[in-house]
Design a protein around this ligand. Structure first.
Ligand code: NAD
Length: 555
């Protein structure tokens, strides 16, 4: 990939260069001890820095040394965020050169713990906190953000943070982490990203009673006032940042499905928990089908959990099965759901609109083992937010029904997974095709090493975002996620699959993102959504645009 300067974004307003202490306190432009003698003279830095000039590589050495000495992952997280606050270029250099080991620190699982303790760890704010008290002046608040040319916004209201529930304003750690991945994995310039917390209160009593809680100390806004606030937010973004893509993140499903269907044709939005997860989950299924030498349309899939992740994957799987020639109704019949109230069947009480197409005629079943016995699926996908639901009898039954049972345990963080990788392989005598939501260490079973697959959303959303931003697409479509799933599955090779991997190594994620961005740009063009012209040599164009954390010389 070309080693571009990383500043080919030409973002309005970012070219202004502060001097002296102000420059050292500007994390996007600060280079610390790497400022040259000429720059120190020209920018009023003489005396403000120790005399020895260091290369970025030497600075990285110091960071890695300190990082290694941190006693636990949470301390490592805090250390990295502090670095991001001082010198973003160096932060991204460190992250991108060590993506595989850093991703679990800056994102799941460590970010979950960081969110739970956000108020206690709080040092400097990152991103924008828009609260219910800002109603009527949200655009004014957006104008306080120093960067004028925002292209990607990740917004949450903190109600369903990973599998940890309502963390209110503490959920800000998630958009902060996600925009980091947009830059590290998708090459979006960090100055073009904006994390947003829509603080509408929290119903988490423990937080409400915590004197160090950083959010509005009130119960959640619901109903019309909530909807009005979201409406105002979307309009304000469209006015202030007309080129921005909005990613909804970790909203509870009472709002997630509603907000997505309300805004998907009116604005440039998507929901990563629904659509991003769907694409990565579907890619995992495509890879699994390569191993079992079957097709998606031949599978029966039973989901444990009928929320955003499960319904998202199933909906995209239906589109993919139709792509393989099934009629829509038949495709729906290949997907079954079991949730907190049992098997989702026609006529069951309390079904949401999004459950209806998956509610098939069947007597009720209240036990997941019985559901597996009855439905006899080829694939089970756990997206319940509850640990240990895939018990030994269930995995053994799956291994009786299938030569290669496909078992995805997606709940996050690691402690919430429906089963561990070790359990899946041991209970299926090493025959399971396994993927999880959070990373697991490799396991040895009967002398064979298995490298577990992680359904990591970072494989897809950064590339989709990059494609949407570069094409200027007006909307984000399901076809873009279907294309992303196919591309991702095609990037894994036979050797990787032999070790149990359904996805390429994280180290390849930038080239995966580039390939996805190319497909998204082409689709935006074909679907008449692109506002920007499509250049020739599209892959080269995309790669050249991707941010690289090299220092820019100012003098
Ligand atoms: P959600 O709140 O929208 O849905 C949870 C669903 O689980 C609901 O349908 C609920 O009825 C069901 N459920 C709860 N307890 C259950 C039980 N005991 N048995 C069966 N079903 C039960 O949540 P979501 O957004 O769909 O996320 C679910 C989990 O998936 C979370 O832990 C989340 O972190 C994880 N997730 C993983 C990925 C990934 O792997 N990339 C992506 C998104 C979400």
């Amino acid at each position: 990939m070309p080693n571009a300067s990383g500043n080919s974004w030409e973002l309005t307003g970012l070219d202004r260069l502060p001097r002296g202490v102000d420059l050292l306190h500007d994390p996007l432009k600060n280079q610390g001890t790497a400022f040259s003698q000429k720059e120190r003279d020209a920018l009023g830095l003489q005396g403000l820095l120790p005399p020895r000039i260091m290369s970025q590589d030497t600075q990285k050495l110091r960071i890695m040394e300190n990082f290694a000495h941190k006693p636990n992952d949470l301390e490592k997280y805090v250390f990295l965020i502090d670095l991001e606050d001082r010198n973003e270029t160096l932060f991204y250099r460190v992250i991108m050169d060590n993506l595989e080991s850093m991703m679990p620190i800056i994102y799941t699982p460590t970010v979950g713990k960081a969110c739970q303790l956000y108020g206690h760890l709080f040092r400097r704010p990152r991103g924008l906190f828009i609260s219910a008290e800002h109603q009527g002046r949200i655009e004014e608040v957006l104008c306080n953000w120093p960067n004028r040319d925002v292209r990607v916004i990740v917004v949450t209201d903190g109600e369903r943070i990973l599998g940890l529930g309502d963390l209110g304003a503490n959920g800000m750690g998630i958009p902060v982490g996600k925009v980091t991945l947009y830059t590290a994995c998708g090459g979006i310039h960090p100055g073009a990203t904006l994390p947003v917390m829509m603080d509408v209160g929290t119903d988490n009593v423990q937080l409400l009673n915590d004197p160090l809680y950083i959010g509005l100390p009130q119960h959640r806004l619901r109903g019309e006032p909530y909807d009005e606030l979201m409406d105002e937010f979307i309009s304000a973004v469209q006015n202030r940042f007309p080129n921005a893509l909005i990613q909804f993140e970790d909203f509870a499903n009472v709002n997630a499905f509603r907000l997505l269907s309300k805004y998907r044709d009116r604005a440039c939005v998507f929901n990563d928990d629904i659509q991003g997860t769907a694409a990565v989950g579907l890619a995992g299924l495509y890879s699994a089908m390569k191993i079992t030498k079957t097709r998606l349309k031949d599978q029966k899939i039973l989901f444990c959990g009928a929320g955003e992740a499960g319904i998202g994957i199933a909906s995209l799987a239906v589109t993919a099965m139709m792509d393989e020639g099934l009629a829509m109704e038949d495709a729906y019949h290949h997907c079954w759901f079991f949730d907190v109230d049992g098997l989702i069947v026609q006529g069951r009480a309390n079904l949401a609109d999004y459950h209806i197409p998956f509610a098939h005629p069947h007597p009720p079943i209240n036990c997941f083992l019985d559901a597996v016995e009855e439905i006899r699926p080829n694939v089970i996908i756990g997206a319940s937010g509850h640990s240990r639901l895939f018990t030994r009898p269930i995995v053994e039954l799956m291994a009786n029904i299938n030569e290669r049972p496909v078992i995805f345990a997606l709940s996050n963080p690691t402690s919430k997974a429906e089963c561990t990788v070790e359990e899946a392989y041991t209970w299926s005598q090493g025959r399971a095709i396994f993927a999880s939501g959070s990373p697991f260490e490799p396991v040895i079973h009967n002398g064979r090493t298995f490298i577990p697959s992680q359904i990591n959303n970072a494989y897809v959303f950064p590339g989709v975002g990059l494609g949407v931003v570069l094409s200027g697409s007006q909307h984000v479509t399901d076809q873009m996620f279907l294309a992303a799933a196919k591309i991702l599955a095609n990037q894994v090779n036979q050797r990787e699959m032999d070790q149990g991997q359904l996805f390429p190594p994280i180290a390849k994620i930038r080239s995966v993102s580039a390939a996805i961005a190319v497909a998204v740009i082409q689709l935006a063009q074909e679907q008449g959504l692109a506002r920007n012209p499509v250049p020739e040599n599209l892959l080269e164009y995309v790669e050249q645009k991707m941010y690289v954390p090299n220092y820019k010389r100012y003098a």
